[in-house]
Design a protein around this ligand. Structure first.
Ligand code: ADE
Length: 230
């Protein structure tokens, strides 16, 4: 059992995602537990304010240290093994290898910033890792936390019905997944490649490798360069 804790001002931006499909099943099967902490509940000021102007000027508001410090200290006290993950556009890129690695932790805490971000002292004090999910800026960390949670969750033993689906996937060997097809063999004049219908599994496997390489070269020349220099 792994626990995902979400530190967020907007629980509903995250909780909806666990109400359907695979992640719901992971919770129902006791493979995953989720919990929420709202930093606003930990404020010590009269108006429960969680944000303030930036020191030294700069556009927009930042999340203040006090409510987050108190929230995260409380989580640490309850759960010494808690591992703190901060989504931020200024983090390192989140990759499949991180999803696999983090699936082995017992307690992950995702700390979502809002407004222009979080006072850096919170990150310095608590972050075990800071991740970006891509080179663009979201309005808050919630979506990024969900993206990482989803990618991590499907690497937890028992979450996916079929273990093979993890083995063949994109990024497992720095190569994109080969195109795949289902029935019917012909749809609106578009055919499944004939080799796929003949049942020679070795040939199909080779064809898939070639198609995967072509796809990688077309869509991700950066990955393709890596597979060719090995
Ligand atoms: N918060 C805002 N933008 C983000 C991004 N690209 N990745 C992770 N967290 C973020």
């Amino acid at each position: 059992m792994i626990t995902f804790s979400y530190v967020t001002l907007f629980k509903s931006l995250i909780s909806f995602y666990f109400e359907e499909s695979i992640l719901k099943r992971a919770i129902d099967k006791n493979l995953l537990g989720i919990e929420f902490f709202n930093p606003r509940d930990y404020t010590k000021n009269k108006h429960n304010k969680v944000d303030d102007y930036q020191a030294g000027g700069g556009a927009g508001l930042l999340m203040c240290p006090q409510p987050l410090f108190d929230t995260l200290k409380e989580i640490k006290k309850i759960s010494p093994e808690a591992y703190f993950v901060f989504p931020a556009p200024a983090g390192k890129p989140f990759c499949q290898k991180d999803a696999k690695r983090l699936a082995n932790k017992s307690h992950l805490v995702f700390v979502s910033g809002r407004y222009e971000g979080i006072d850096e002292r919170v990150i310095e004090e608590f972050a075990d890792e800071v991740f970006s999910i891509g080179d663009y800026v979201l309005t808050g960390g919630e979506l990024a936390s969900l993206v990482m949670s989803d990618a991590i969750c499907r690497n937890i033993d028992g979450v996916l019905g079929n273990k093979d689906s993890l083995e063949e996937e994109s990024f497992e060997r720095d190569i994109l997944e080969a195109p795949s097809f289902t029935k019917p063999a012909e749809f609106e004049g578009l055919r499944v490649p004939s080799e796929f219908l003949k049942g020679n599994h070795a040939k199909i496997a080779n064809l898939k490798i070639e198609m995967a390489k072509l796809k990688t070269r077309y869509f991700r020349p950066d990955l393709y360069a890596r597979i060719n220099t090995r």
